[in-house]
Ligand binder design. Structure first.
Ligand SMILES: C[S@@+](CC[C@H](N)C(=O)[O-])C[C@H]1O[C@@H](n2cnc3c(N)ncnc32)[C@H](O)[C@@H]1O
Length: 355
């Protein structure tokens, strides 16, 4: 088995390299309107935004910023297959302009767009970020009524193109191989994610230079696209990220044996991505082991609680809770080739001995 990963360093207003109805899954995080770090980016893309910000007209700037993003959402609607899923990580913004504090609800604008343009909205995920900021209530005091609630979450908005679910042959082997564990399902399909830094914190050790670049890029943690890819696609599918950044979505696709396509205006991030690909084989093995060892621990606990287990994994020979997990199979990277921003990754079945 092999996958390919391509990046186009241009804006995603026009993704003419990608055929209509060809993409299985979109995972992305755009620049967040009305968050200071993206003001310059939005101002450069449209003079009216620059003017509105200078005039202190927050609502006008907010609206035009979303008009800019909608050009990309339209392309997303074109390239996605009917039944394909879009996952958008977005946070709202709070901002004081001319002494007037207010919330700019980015998730509402994006939801409205998809709702009105041929997509079905599905239940979203609240990504609650672990926070240890000691002064998070700074300035709110103890006297009512003029204090504000602290924003501590972002959204993962989820939409399906069209009304119908994607059609996959009922006994598709590859779909059964792409299964996740019962206990992973219970965690991943919960509406609040509080543990999202788990795998990446433990396994993605970054040096300081890389971390700086990551901060500047507003990258999401690897586990976010990794989970979404496992939840909403099968082996061999193609995942697209129109705001590619440092390529976290592609890295997650690489280690999940899915193909990927990215669009990004800043080519500076390629070097960072190449380093990550260079380490992807080890990362892939570590994540596979992490998942399988967690499963073994889960099974031991489940048994100690006196519960009965009926099924067994055909490949790994450990117990599994449901019939749907019996064909579960992981892959690991054998080697890869790179040619002008295109990566081809070769895989083999991942073998595992219970520790
Ligand atoms: C929030 S960051 C994405 C970070 C990414 N998820 C990661 O993990 O690194 C948004 C990215 O979109 C890029 N971008 C903004 N507008 C774009 C456009 N019209 N086309 C392509 N890329 C764009 C920015 O340069 C930035 O790297």
């Amino acid at each position: 088995m092999k996958t390919t990963h391509r990046v186009f360093f241009k804006d995603s207003y026009d993704m003419n390299e990608v055929e209509s109805n060809s993409i299985d899954l979109i995972i992305t995080s755009p620049p967040y309107p009305m968050i200071d770090m993206w003001d310059l980016h939005f101002s450069n893309s449209n003079d009216e935004i620059k003017q509105a910000l200078e005039d202190g007209n927050g609502k006008k700037a907010f609206n035009i910023m979303h008009n800019q993003l909608e050009k990309v959402w339209k392309e997303v609607g074109r390239v996605l297959k009917v039944g394909g899923i879009v996952c958008i990580n977005i946070g709202d913004a709070t901002r004081t302009i001319k002494n007037n504090f207010q919330l700019f609800p980015n998730h509402v604008e994006i939801t409205n767009f998809f709702y009105k343009n041929g997509f079905n909205e599905l239940p979203c995920i609240i990504w609650r970020k672990p926070t240890n900021i000691p002064n998070k209530f700074l300035g709110s005091g103890m006297l009512p009524p003029n204090a504000y609630v602290t924003l501590e979450h972002e959204y993962i908005l989820i939409f399906r193109k069209g009304k119908a679910k994607r059609k996959i042959p009922p006994k598709s082997e590859i779909r059964y191989n792409s299964a996740f564990f019962w206990e992973e399902r219970n965690n991943w399909f919960s509406e609040i994610w509080e543990d999202i830094r788990g795998i990446s914190q433990n396994l993605l050790k970054e040096n300081n230079n890389q971390r700086n670049l990551r901060d500047r890029s507003a990258a999401f943690p690897l586990e976010l696209p990794y989970r979404l890819i496992n939840m909403y696609s099968i082996y061999g599918d193609t995942v697209l990220d129109p705001f590619w950044g440092t390529g976290t979505t592609s890295l997650a696709a690489v280690i999940s044996m899915r193909n990927s396509i990215g669009y990004e205006i800043n080519s500076e991030f390629m070097e960072f991505f190449k380093k990550k690909i260079n380490n992807a084989k080890k990362l892939n093995n570590d994540i596979n082991k992490y998942r399988l060892n967690n499963h073994i621990k889960f099974i031991e606990k489940y048994r100690k609680e006196g519960k009965d287990i009926k099924y067994k994994s055909n490949y790994y020979k450990f117990p599994v809770i449901t019939n749907q997990e019996t064909e579960f199979l992981l892959y690991s990277i054998k080697n890869y080739e790179e040619n002008r921003n295109k990566f081809v990754i070769h895989y083999e079945k991942f073998s595992f001995n219970i520790e």
